[in-house]
Design a protein around this ligand. Structure first.
Ligand SMILES: [Cu+2]
Length: 321
């Protein structure tokens, strides 16, 4: 018996070495082996929507796996995997992504499920707002399932993050061998999630290096990994000082909002040149934009990002005489 065990160990070790060398050669590609369709019954596959650190500070704009190969008749279930809101949206024939941007939180075409549960390849299908929390301010959808009866390559988008976040479902004829198993996709997903977190923590370090008592980094992102924090979240200034808030990202919008959150969370409110307390909001701060506030009264002023406060994106400016 002991001998048999010994015998098995060698090929396993060799397989590990082969797998490791393939991984070295193709760090992004999957080392997949074809899997027989196995006949009649259709399969259900899983795609993760978003990814995040446990404190929600880092969010990933990604569908994982981004590309999935299934057969006609199979089904995909998208699972909300992060606090940040996302959608799974197949545009109608002839509809451009640009015409849907920016995301409109007040429009049911964006935030509520649209289309049936079997994809026809040409009309508009939308999951509605997907998130894994219950305090996003939207009616959340935790899972979205679609059946794919016909072969074709179908690209879908997140309406919140536009070009930064897309995926493709490759549907082949029923009976075609699958290039990858779900567990191979899952391993690829875990690897990519780890990279998103590493990138996010790098941006956090970069934000700390850029911030000072009069410069607050109001979120950052590299187009895939996002930092949902104000850095420095607590600053001390003096009456008459100006503070500049910088959206240091490429893809995600933020707000700087003091006092009551406006009914339209993206509306600009108040006069930033003379802030003495009360309601003041930058309105939507697109990537690479700034918002400067002059503090003319002593006190402690709390603020939030109206879009991401439920993930902990909040700060305080302490103004001294
Ligand atoms: Cu934000």
């Amino acid at each position: 018996m002991a001998l048999q065990k010994e015998d098995r160990r060698i090929p396993r070790l060799m397989r590990a070495i082969v797998a490791a060398s393939i991984a070295l050669l193709m760090p992004v590609a999957l080392s997949g082996t074809a899997v027989a369709d196995g006949g009649k019954s259709s399969r259900t596959w899983t795609v993760q929507v978003g990814s995040e650190s446990s404190d929600q500070a880092i969010q990933g704009m990604s569908f994982l796996p981004e590309n999935i190969y299934i057969n006609a008749g199979d089904k995909i279930t998208w699972k909300a995997n992060a606090a940040e809101i996302h959608t799974v949206t197949f545009l109608a024939e002839g509809q451009s992504l640009e015409s849907t941007q920016p995301f409109n939180p007040g429009n049911p075409q964006y935030v509520e499920p649209q289309g049936g549960n079997s994809y026809d390849g040409k009309t508009y299908y939308n999951s509605g707002v997907m998130t894994n929390v219950s305090d996003s301010g939207f009616k959340e959808v935790g899972r979205y399932a679609l059946k794919f009866p016909d072969a074709g390559d179908f690209t879908y988008y997140c309406l919140v993050h536009g070009m930064a976040m897309k995926g493709t479902v490759h549907v082949r004829d029923a009976g075609t061998d699958y290039p990858y198993t779900q567990s191979q996709y899952d391993r690829q997903t875990n690897k990519q999630e780890r990279k998103i977190l590493r990138d996010g923590y790098e941006q956090w370090d970069a934000a700390r290096a850029k911030a000072d008592d009069h410069t607050v980094i109001a979120g950052a992102d590299n187009g895939t990994a996002m930092l949902m924090r104000f850095v420095r979240a607590h600053i001390v200034v003096h009456v008459g000082d100006e503070v500049t808030f910088v959206n240091d990202g490429m893809g995600a919008p933020h707000t700087v909002t003091f006092g009551e959150e406006p009914a339209d969370e993206l509306a600009a409110v108040g006069d930033p040149a003379d802030f003495t307390g009360g309601d003041l909001s930058s309105g939507l701060m697109p990537p690479m934009s700034t918002f400067t506030v002059k503090f003319n009264k002593a006190g402690e002023f709390d603020y939030i990002c109206a879009l991401h406060d439920f993930m902990g994106m909040k700060g305080t400016v302490e103004v001294r005489d």
